[in-house]
Write a protein that binds this ligand. Structure first.
Ligand SMILES: [Fe+2]
Length: 265
């Protein structure tokens, strides 16, 4: 399986602090079944901006340490790029890293509390450049819990969607869990990620997430989300086309009335 989102590079962001912690995380993800990890440190415009060279160098160091430790896991470079209005200019200037450094798919993160008004413009401009945006953990953005239709709209426009494994266990709260389930039921997830920042204190946390996904989407789709789709992304190829997306069992009205019914009983 391929983990499309992780913070395993030591000392780069709020993830792993040192190589020992990195190796602990890689071991844990390997035990959960991952054979390939894409390292996606937070990249933010500004003073602490992390350059592609820094990320590529750190990825190579982790790759060597993982090999020396005898863990059979492949480490590939990437970045979780925090959205800003000039993001596309930076991409054109070669200042932002794509997933697997193929130049074809870029992982984009939003602020958790508010979707920026320029988000659609950035997505559009990236697509004009021939780069497919991959939205990191849409289920975790507060603005989207009331409007999954926006996620549907992005999927229809060719934006890829990445689910955090721990959203399914309620790690990020009930709203993220509910939206994660809606997206899985609606076939609106393309790739998955651990979004690991540290060694998880709960050994089974990733396995449980994977199991929940398989229960919801079935074996064939599970293979697509965990292996085939991320492999295609890493090859720099587009995912299968001609898909029609729909929201299933997601009427906000229905969900709200269910919520209030709990108090009426
Ligand atoms: Fe992340």
């Amino acid at each position: 399986m391929i983990d499309s989102h992780s913070h395993i590079l030591p000392g780069m962001d709020d993830g792993s602090k040192n190589m020992a912690e990195t190796l602990g995380m890689v071991r844990q993800l390997h035990e959960a079944g991952f054979k390939t990890l894409i390292a996606t440190p937070h990249v933010l415009e500004g003073r602490d901006f992390l350059s592609p060279t820094e990320i590529l160098t750190a990825t190579e160091q982790v790759r060597q340490a993982v090999t020396e430790a005898g863990i059979p896991v492949e480490i590939l470079p990437g970045a979780e790029n925090y959205i800003f209005p000039d993001l596309v200019k930076w991409v054109r200037a070669g200042k932002l890293l794509t997933l697997g450094n193929t130049g074809k798919h870029i992982l984009i993160e939003f602020p958790l509390l508010e979707i920026p008004h320029y988000a659609d413009q950035v997505f559009f401009e990236l697509q004009v450049l021939g780069i497919t945006p991959v939205l990191a953990h849409p289920e975790r953005y507060r603005d989207l819990s009331d409007q999954p239709e926006r996620i549907l709209d992005w999927a229809r426009k060719g934006i890829l969607l990445q689910l955090d494994l721990r959203s399914l266990s309620g790690h990020y709260g009930p709203q993220a869990r509910q939206l994660a389930e809606i997206m899985l039921n609606s076939d609106l997830i393309h790739v998955i990620g651990s979004d690991a920042h540290h060694v998880s204190s709960r050994e089974l946390t990733y396995l449980e997430g994977l199991q929940s996904i398989q229960e919801i989407v079935g074996k064939t789709r599970y293979q697509e989300l965990t292996r085939l789709n991320p492999q295609t992304v890493l090859e720099g190829n587009p995912l299968r086309g001609d898909r029609e997306y729909f929201l299933k069992g997601s009427s906000i009205k229905k969900r709200r009335s269910r919520f209030w019914n709990l108090f009426r009983r």
